[in-house]
Design a protein around this ligand. Structure first.
Ligand SMILES: *Cc1c(COP(=O)(O)O)cnc(C)c1O
Length: 374
């Protein structure tokens, strides 16, 4: 039996979302499925394996260790390492056959040297800063940089890419400028006869809004997981949430007016109250700022979280719920009966984005994979 606090991962929803994205971008555009951060908390191996089986071109990871994990689990498809790397990680990058991102000539030279002396070539993607800041080669010097890279033995430039800083904004100025900057570089490369097969830019936000950001490959993350940046956003891509978070009532007791509940006595009992305890706390990723604010679903009804969320437990008010009993399934994120608690709505309540909500579901919450038609 798995732990009775678990994240249910719906693989048929994932497959559906991939199809929806493919329909949106068209059959000629390749897909890089983003599985960094343990696939946004959904389980990198299981998600990655399904995506590869369903024809995605590459998987995207943020750090070396994620690539090592996927390789050790048996994933053989190309893995694009988005994040930078340190010199001392070069041997591992080559050993695990990862596709590193380059944007620094000195480091690229070291990579080329290691590869060349190991008798290998490494596929790389050049990351161009068209307006995000942070890492990346600045777009105004990118052409020169790429020219230098083409001369390095041991490296093959398989791709160039950039990343949108503002694809979710209502104001399209920044994204349009980024698209223009990226197109300018591509035009220069074309003129110079430098052929780079993969050119990519689009994350979920720009898949939804900017058809001319697709180039030869798109890089969806959030939309694969069936999520939108906010609850208010127009739902013009019909994806389904992949993750639900569930638990079961472990204890129920009646408390009387005048008593207080939990750490700090932050919740004062004002009427006879049936308090249910859930084996779910902030170490599971149920954020403590939801104390006295969260809502969950029991027996098809939404009920409030009362008192402070503890490390391993929290409390809900089930006074109005008929026949509620120990062992009842409680939905934290997801659907039960006619009620839904969307991850987007929890993100809004927490003043964050859905990404952080699913990423925070912690290591000790087992992921249970379900697949209706797999
Ligand atoms: C995380 C990430 C993505 C995916 O973004 P979503 O908004 O989740 O679709 C795409 N590209 C890069 C480089 C990323 O780091």
């Amino acid at each position: 039996m798995h732990r009775p606090t678990w994240a249910e991962i719906d693989l048929s929803a994932l497959r559906h979302n991939l199809q929806e994205i493919r329909r949106r971008i068209g059959a000629n555009i390749k897909i890089l499925g983003v599985v960094k951060a343990n696939a946004y908390g959904h389980g990198d191996y299981e998600i990655g394996a399904l995506l590869v089986k369903n024809g995605v071109e590459m998987l995207g990871i943020a750090i070396l260790e994620e690539g090592v994990h996927l390789r050790e689990k048996g994933i053989t498809s190309p893995l694009l390492l988005f994040g930078g790397f340190f010199e001392e990680q070069i041997d591992a990058i080559i050993h695990y056959n990862l596709t590193p991102t380059v944007y620094d000539l000195t480091l690229a030279e070291k990579l080329a040297h290691h590869a060349h002396s190991a008798g290998k070539t490494v596929n790389v993607h050049v990351y161009i800063d068209t307006g995000m800041g942070g890492t990346g080669v600045r777009h105004d010097v990118a052409f020169e940089c790429i020219k230098h890279l083409t001369e390095m033995n041991g490296l093959v430039i398989e791709g160039i890419y950039t990343h949108c800083s503002s694809a979710d904004d209502n104001d399209s100025t920044n994204t349009e400028r980024q698209i223009r900057n990226f197109k300018d570089i591509i035009a220069k490369l074309d003129t110079a006869g430098i052929i780079i097969p993969l050119k990519h830019m689009a994350n979920t936000g720009s898949i939804l809004r900017y058809n001319d950001s697709y180039f030869t490959m798109a890089r969806p993350g959030l939309s694969l997981y069936g999520l939108h940046v906010s609850d208010k956003e127009s739902r013009n891509l019909s994806v389904k949430p992949v993750m639900s978070l569930k638990t079961r009532i472990i204890h129920i007791k009646t408390m009387e007016p005048g008593e207080t509940l939990g750490y700090g006595g932050s919740y004062k009992i004002t009427r006879t109250t049936r308090v249910a305890t859930l084996p779910l706390g902030y170490d599971d990723g149920y954020n403590r700022l939801l104390s006295n604010q969260g809502r969950v679903i029991v027996r098809g009804n939404k009920v409030p979280v009362i008192g402070r969320i503890c490390m391993d437990q929290c409390f809900i008010d089930v006074t109005t719920i008929k026949n509620v009993s120990v062992g009842d399934e409680v939905v934290i994120y997801g659907r039960q009966g006619k009620e839904t608690i969307s991850i987007e709505s929890v993100a809004e309540q927490r003043k964050t984005i859905p990404y952080e909500i699913t990423c925070n579901v912690s290591y000790r919450v087992p992921r249970i994979y379900i697949d209706e038609n797999g």
